[in-house]
Write a protein that binds this ligand. Structure first.
Ligand SMILES: Cc1cc2nc3c(=O)[nH]c(=O)nc-3n(C[C@H](O)[C@H](O)[C@H](O)COP(=O)(O)O)c2cc1C
Length: 476
């Protein structure tokens, strides 16, 4: 049977998101990121192409690892200036009916209590089309501006994220019963207080005794995305994630990563395919292979190696300005994205060792992921080959220029994949979770979040605790 391929679009509330220097290209519109119409037009285009969703990255710091200063990042416009991702979603939801929204926020920067309400609000306003990309951060500059000397150690950040999610699951899944809002005009009762439960959370990082402020939204817990692929990151993903975003520069590394993720899902008591895995990549396509190659060369002439090294230094947590451009990165320890370092310590698909110059060039278009160049047919062949060889579910598509890259994909690649039966002809209606798994709007019972339900499949909350509105919920 032809395997289905899924598309997400990958963007950020800034210019030239993963393609440093390409903001100089005359067709690039990313400087319009401050205009609502940029986002509403993009959302409508992606829905026309039947993308699963728009995935919006975010950081709360600058890329000042390269050279130990933010000068190069500012000059390059390397994800700075950068604006808030959440505030974009309502407007895009208003012009679409199906498109999902994967929004990135970090677990180290905002207390879970107000955050829970903001995501519930968006889940209501979008009719259940919200996903949350749970990130633990990688830029020390972000931590410094929250008053710390540095970010927590890599694995400690994930431990803290575990508790952050515990608070959120309790609020989203375990505070309000489905029928708590009665709106009984005759009795003068809007909410039945017996059906709203205090979560009683007291942990190492957070104390949240009370109730969730929002009533249950269509999905309750938004679809959980995750994007770290270190051993600790994979363990975290296996417990929590429903969509996993991976970045690998070669097919070999991607195949290893996907297989590790699927094994970890099983080890966590879930199905191997309980999370959709999307690989970062960029597509440069046109009417013919020649026209696409020409377009790619033209894009490359605008790409910035320095910008690429600014990004890579931030992602790896290593100052690449200190290296000779012809040296490999060698055996280094990272407190940033460990999977990004590991990917470039492996050989590439041609068996060559990556030098710093190669890494900077590679990151000039589309960040860590590969760039597929060719006609719609050629690109469709490559995508199908990568899916078959790596077991990935789909692609998180970055742009070289926006919206041009996405327009080209919708025009040239989507029809070919659809014709081949590898791409959906229409959306599955309903919430994002239902569109992804066709198994309803709420978390499945094997998911960690289901344990915090008051009752029903997956719940580990004891009946006597549910009976008390102010019950302190068990979290075992
Ligand atoms: C493809 C990809 C995209 C990511 N996007 C973001 C992001 O937008 N914001 C962020 O703070 N962290 C982002 N991260 C970081 C990770 O989610 C993770 O929290 C951290 O870097 C640790 O990753 P590791 O487990 O691979 O070491 C991303 C990582 C990858 C691999």
């Amino acid at each position: 049977m032809t395997r289905r391929i899924r598309f997400n679009a990958f963007d950020m509330n800034c210019v030239a998101h993963q393609s440093p220097g390409l903001w100089r290209h005359p067709e690039d519109q990313s400087h319009r990121y401050k205009e609502l119409s940029y986002w509403t037009e993009l959302a409508a285009l992606l829905e026309k192409g039947r993308f699963d969703g728009l995935f919006i990255a975010d950081v709360l710091g600058t890329y000042d690892v390269y050279g130990g200063t933010d000068v190069a990042a500012l000059r390059q416009g390397a994800q700075i200036p950068v604006a808030d991702p959440l505030l974009l979603v309502s407007a895009m939801a208003a012009v679409t009916r199906h498109l999902g929204f994967g929004i990135t926020t970090g677990t180290g920067f905002e207390h879970p209590y107000p955050f829970a309400r903001r995501l519930s609000t968006l889940d209501h306003l979008t009719g259940g089309r919200v996903g949350w990309n749970v990130v633990t951060g990688y830029l020390p500059s972000a931590a410094r501006n929250f008053g710390a000397d540095d970010q927590l150690d890599h694995d400690d950040r994930y431990d803290q994220a575990d508790e952050y999610l515990e608070v959120l699951y309790k609020l989203w899944e375990g505070s309000w019963e489905d029928d708590a809002v009665v709106r009984d005009a005759a009795a003068g009762v809007y909410v039945d207080p017996g059906k709203v439960h205090h979560i009683g959370h007291s942990g190492r990082h957070f104390t949240v005794p009370g109730i969730h402020l929002s009533e249950p939204s269509p999905q309750r817990t938004p679809v959980i995305y995750q994007a770290g692929a270190s051993p600790r990151g994979v363990r975290f993903a296996a417990e929590n994630a429903e969509a996993i975003f991976v970045a690998a520069p070669s097919k070999r590394v991607l195949a290893q990563t996907v297989s590790k993720i699927r094994d970890a899902l099983e080890a966590a008591g879930r199905d191997r395919y309980a999370a959709r895995v999307y690989a970062l990549s960029t597509i440069v396509t046109a009417e013919t292979d020649d026209a696409a190659r020409h377009k790619h060369e033209e894009y490359l002439s605008y790409a910035s190696i320095e910008g690429g090294l600014v990004f890579m230094s931030g992602w790896m947590g290593i100052d690449l300005s200190r290296y000779d451009l012809d040296d490999p990165i060698g055996q280094v320890e990272s407190n940033a994205i460990q999977s990004a370092v590991a990917a470039f310590q492996e050989f590439d698909d041609d068996g060559r060792e990556w030098t710093v110059r190669d890494i900077g060039r590679w990151a000039g278009i589309g960040g860590i992921g590969p760039v597929f160049v060719g006609s719609g047919e050629t690109v469709a062949d490559r995508l199908q080959e990568w899916v078959a060889d790596t077991d990935v579910d789909g692609f998180n598509l970055a742009y070289a220029v926006t919206p041009g890259t996405f327009e080209d994909i919708v025009r040239h690649v989507v029809p070919v994949l659809t014709e081949r039966g590898a791409y959906p002809q229409e959306y599955v209606p309903g919430t994002l979770r239902n569109a992804l798994f066709e198994a309803g709007d709420r978390l499945p019972p094997e998911h960690r979040g289901a344990r915090y339900r008051l009752r029903g499949p997956g719940s580990t909350v004891l009946p006597e605790e549910v009976a008390r509105p102010s019950a302190v919920l068990a979290d075992t």
